[in-house]
Design a protein around this ligand. Structure first.
Ligand code: GBH
Length: 488
């Protein structure tokens, strides 16, 4: 056999059902430890006890939207409105996780996951957003938590991943301060009932996404395109919900419960690693996140944020800002695409560098592949605010996965993405940046919001006709990373 194949020969071999299955076991279980990073000079291990996890969100995986007393959410309404989502896809069935959660915990166990991040559907707990809780809704999450713990997997629970009860939207949704209060009520209730077993709660997932895309751009539920002044007020109500939620969780949870959030802070990356560009990236990190993470970490809006908003600035009280700045135990960062920044002579001291059209990206056109985002994101956040406990609450990629005739999915692009990003995360951790865990988005293909089911982010392939889950090559890769606790 020649040791190099022509393209035609390779294509022939790759299509051969007989040969390909032999390749997979060789990749994942060689007796001599294959180096999972081609250029690694030395073993790249993570600290003992590093929490390897994976993440999902309620509306993206559960289905069962009308079961056990769940009320409608804004995503039911939005996805059922013609023209709003790719192919008109909805989360009505999604991964049917509501019925298959035991099977899904088994795929987590097979991966060796230490932890799993899931979200609770608010309209399952309070179908009308407020008022009388629905015990059957809470019971589902209670059973899920039991199943995770029985399999040695720590639950990390997000309280809001965008599925706002429609009843609250009908009363103004996040435009109304009452929604922030309602969230705190709901958060306290869940913490009271689950904190005997769940030790980590995250208030909101990606305020930046649901505010900007849902209320400004109109491409996500509830599909509004509000004026800047109204968007700023919505944004204020989101950070206020977080702050009031933190207080409610502290008031109702068992002692020792940790509270944080999962935010997609703009990940500012120095365009090249020189002191002046690094300083510019730190300034940019603080200012580009001024309406969200910065407000939460500092308990105030920056002067530049308020000056820029001018007459459109949000209305707020000092008490609200104190609530928003309530101390938290950890920060979760969802990190995907980098935002390159350079030093600049302007008053701000930084400028954004536009993405060249040739910049590599994954299947989602916004998913520019900049692995060093996973170095600079946690590093700049921890330096700016002295955070003692950080998690990467999401990182992952969409890819054009194809099921080959041998039943495998060779998503080598996602493997490359994960390997490169994890290498940069390792760099941060090696320098002492206090990242305690990493959650791969996502455990399995699921409902990618307005992009529907054609954008696959899973490390398990889901056949949405049969609900069969198949580990992709990236799942085999991730299992190896977990079992070695590192990249080599
Ligand atoms: C996360 O968002 C979400 O938390 C998760 O639910 C989602 O499935 C996952 O990532 C993958 O997308 O429409 O061109 O304006 C990631 C951050 C920010 C990515 C908003 C999509 C919209 C791009 N998201 N962005 S565009």
């Amino acid at each position: 056999m020649p040791n190099r194949f022509s393209r035609r020969e390779f294509a022939k071999l790759a299509g051969s059902a007989a040969l390909v299955p032999a390749i997979v076991p060789a990749l994942v279980s060689a007796e001599t430890s294959p180096n999972l990073h081609p250029n690694a000079p030395a073993p790249r291990h993570f600290p003992t006890g590093f929490l390897w996890g994976s993440a999902t969100a309620s509306y993206q995986v559960e289905g069962a939207v009308k079961e056990d007393g769940r009320g409608p959410s804004i995503w039911d309404t939005f996805s059922h409105t013609p023209g709003k989502t790719n192919n008109g896809d909805t989360g009505d069935v999604a991964d049917d996780h509501y019925h298959r959660y035991k099977e899904d915990v088994q795929i987590m166990k097979a991966l060796g996951l230490k932890t799993y991040r899931f979200s609770i559907a608010w309209p399952r707990i309070f179908p009308q957003g407020t008022g009388t809780p629905n015990p059957k809704g809470l019971d589902f999450y209670s059973r899920l938590v039991d199943e995770l713990l029985a399999n040695g997997i720590q639950p990390y629970c997000t309280l809001f991943h965008w599925d706002l009860p429609q009843a609250l939207e009908d009363k103004g949704g996040w435009q109304s301060r009452d929604t922030s209060e309602a969230f705190a009520n709901y958060a306290g209730y869940v913490a009271q009932h689950l904190s005997d077993r769940v030790k980590h709660f995250m208030t909101l997932n990606e305020m930046r996404s649901f505010v900007d895309i849902g209320y400004r751009d109109g491409r996500h539920a509830p599909g509004l395109t509000l004026s800047p002044a109204k968007v700023n007020q919505v944004r204020h109500h989101a950070v206020l919900a977080h702050g009031l939620g933190v207080q409610a969780i502290r008031a109702h949870a068992k002692a020792g419960t940790k509270v944080g959030l999962a935010e997609n802070a703009e990940t500012c990356v120095p365009v090249i690693e020189t002191p002046e560009h690094i300083a510019a990236a730190a300034k940019a990190y603080r200012e580009t996140n001024a309406g969200y993470l910065t407000a939460i970490m500092e308990g105030r809006y920056t002067d530049a944020y308020l000056a820029h908003a001018g007459a459109d600035a949000p209305k707020f009280t000092p008490e609200e800002m104190t609530a928003i700045g309530s101390p938290i135990d950890f920060v979760g960062l969802n990190i995907y695409a980098p935002h390159y920044v350079r030093a600049d002579d302007s008053a701000a001291g930084f400028a954004s560098v536009p993405m060249p059209s040739s910049f590599p990206h994954m299947m989602s056109s916004w998913l520019n592949t900049g692995p060093e985002a996973l170095y600079w994101g946690p590093k700049l956040a921890s330096q700016l605010w002295g955070i003692g406990e950080l998690y990467i609450t999401e990182n992952g990629a969409s890819a054009a996965d194809t099921l080959t005739p041998d039943g495998q999915i060779y998503d080598i692009d996602r493997v490359m993405y994960l390997r490169n990003y994890l290498t940069q995360l390792h760099r941060a951790v090696s320098e002492g940046v206090p990242v305690r865990g990493y959650f791969c988005w996502s455990l399995m293909d699921n409902y990618e919001w307005a992009d529907g089911y054609s954008y696959r982010f899973g490390i398990h392939y889901v056949d949405f006709k049969t609900q069969k889950r198949t580990p992709k090559l990236s799942a085999h890769f991730y299992r190896e990373v977990i079992s070695r606790n590192g990249l080599a």
